[in-house]
Design a protein around this ligand. Structure first.
Ligand SMILES: CC(C)(COP(=O)(O)OP(=O)(O)OC[C@H]1O[C@@H](n2cnc3c(N)ncnc32)[C@H](O)[C@@H]1OP(=O)(O)O)[C@@H](O)C(=O)NCCC(=O)NCCS
Length: 182
């Protein structure tokens, strides 16, 4: 049986202190953060503090580093957080910070792997996320794995001199779309 932490291209693991330099580089790169909430420069200390805070994944915050299966190369991170046990609901955030890995299938595989973990290991019923309307790549990935748009927060984001809408999407247990094999 393959590991619950592994997809077809990626493996989820806990974040480690040694990950800080790469995260520092990615999250100070405006191409990476363009569709993320970040807007101010991040210090190395804030990256180290973040890793320390989230490096013991648990129910309240299941945070993971994402690495390639082929080379065990760190390419990003994904988090299930703000978990509400009464509603069995969590919020999801993902960033494939290594731009050279974009459009290589890693984001899709990460979404499937972390959602499967949420449903099968954390007994979640609902996983929700927010995505900026202009983030076409992310929207495509989320819809591909089964997320549906359930709301639009009009002009909720102001960045780069203009407003844009923020979409609310969710996935319920049983709705995860697994890879279609040819
Ligand atoms: C969004 C993100 C997670 C996607 O990960 P990824 O590894 O690039 O995604 P994948 O390679 O699995 O899939 C990308 C898909 O988007 C498609 N795509 C790329 N650009 C697109 C665009 N402008 N419009 C529509 N679809 C697009 C690709 O064709 C591919 O679809 P396909 O596999 O059906 O052909 C990743 O690019 C990322 O982290 N970006 C920076 C941070 C970010 O935006 N995070 C999400 C915040 S909500």
């Amino acid at each position: 049986m393959t590991s619950i932490f592994e997809g077809t291209l990626i493996r989820l693991r806990a974040r480690e202190p040694e990950d800080a330099p790469l995260l520092y580089r990615w999250f100070n790169d405006t191409e990476v953060t363009r569709h993320l909430a970040m807007r101010y420069p991040l210090s190395m200390k804030s990256e180290r503090d973040f890793i320390e805070r989230v490096s013991a994944p648990g129910y309240a915050h299941a945070g993971f580093a994402v690495e390639t299966l082929a080379e065990s190369r760190l390419i990003g991170g994904v988090d299930l957080l703000n978990t509400t046990p009464e509603c069995r609901c969590a919020s999801l955030g993902i960033a494939i910070g290594d731009k050279t890995a974009w459009d290589g299938g890693y984001g899709t595989d990460t979404m499937r792997t972390v959602c499967r973990f949420g449903f099968e290991m954390m007994n979640l019923h609902r996983i929700e996320l927010e995505v900026y309307a202009e983030n076409q790549r992310a929207r495509h990935v989320y819809e591909k794995v089964g997320f549906v748009v359930e709301g639009r927060r009009r002009d909720a984001l102001f960045k780069y001199g203009r407003y844009q809408d923020v979409l609310v999407m969710s996935l319920l247990e049983g709705e995860l779309q697994v890879e279609q094999r040819q």
